[in-house]
Design a protein around this ligand. Structure first.
Ligand code: ADP
Ligand code: MG
Ligand code: MG
Length: 245
């Protein structure tokens, strides 16, 4: 049984069909890319999985069991965590406090700071990230903040991690680091849904790719057996094979 299975998922906004008949399967330890031009429905798909939107039609299964994902809390309870393109950390709180915010729903006023710090340190260590748990988030670089977001997802015991263009605001060195972290998570059995416009950077980490165009499901392809030109051709609805390597 795959970790995630979606079938026939549709979503409309007034008269815009944002998604239609989308099928998707993510296995444990798989990096599954979603490719499509602007407006293809990538973000809508991610938001359905993280409980921001409810689909109009279709079925979502986690570990083979049908689920309704009616909000962020429910998504988190299922182990689905989304890392947004826009980072969502609270700037004037510390790294540890931010990670804690993600992990524990509010339960009154008492917070064990030492436990909080230890938990944060453990997650950061697992990612091999050198960030002081006591540092205020506003003092960190974008790349470091991105890593804190991932540490936070780990602390929530993410089983399906959804990343929306995680390298878009990173320089090359940080992007490389980030991809290494994705690879580690993959090895640990986390399923990863990865949105990126940069097909080149996907090369070493992606197992399969699903192409969307104008909200339509087009195909799911095995990355290693597919040329980038084919994927781009499917994204834009034309055969462009000759123009790409
Ligand atoms: P992508 O992330 O691939 O660029 P989106 O999922 O953001 O695509 O958008 C898919 C389509 O749905 C677009 O036509 C977009 O304008 C429309 N859409 C997305 N979200 C909304 C919304 N909240 N209200 C109305 N239309 C939306
Ligand atoms: Mg867009
Ligand atoms: Mg988008």
């Amino acid at each position: 049984t795959p970790l995630l299975r979606m079938q026939g998922v549709c979503k409309r906004f007034d008269n815009v069909v944002a998604l239609s008949g989308v099928a998707l399967e993510v296995r444990r330890g798989e990096v599954h890319a979603i490719c499509g031009e602007n407006g293809a429905g990538k973000s809508t798909l991610m938001k359905i999985l993280s409980g921001v939107y409810t689909p109009d039609e279709g079925e979502i299964r986690i570990d083979g069991a049908p689920v309704r994902i009616a909000g962020l809390q429910q998504a988190q309870a299922l182990g689905i965590v989304m890392i947004h393109q826009e980072l969502n950390l609270v700037p004037h709180l510390s790294v540890a406090e931010n990670i804690w915010l993600g992990r524990e729903p509010r339960r009154g006023w008492f917070v064990d700071r030492e436990r909080q710090r230890e938990g944060a340190r453990a997650c950061l260590k697992r990612l091999g990230v050198q960030v002081d748990p006591d540092a205020e988030v506003s003092t960190l670089s974008i790349a470091q903040q991105q890593m804190v977001e991932i540490a936070k997802a780990l602390s929530m015991q993410a089983r399906l991690l959804i990343m929306d263009e995680p390298t878009s605001s990173l320089g090359e060195a940080d992007a490389t680091r980030m991809l290494r972290v994705v690879q580690d998570l993959k090895r640990e059995g986390v399923g990863i849904l990865y949105i990126s416009h940069r097909l080149d950077e996907l090369d070493h980490i992606v197992d399969r790719v699903t192409v969307l165009r104008d909200g339509q499901y087009i195909a799911t392809l095995d990355w290693k057996q597919t040329r980038i030109g084919e994927i781009v051709g499917l994204m834009v609805g034309r055969e462009l094979n000759q123009q790409f390597p």
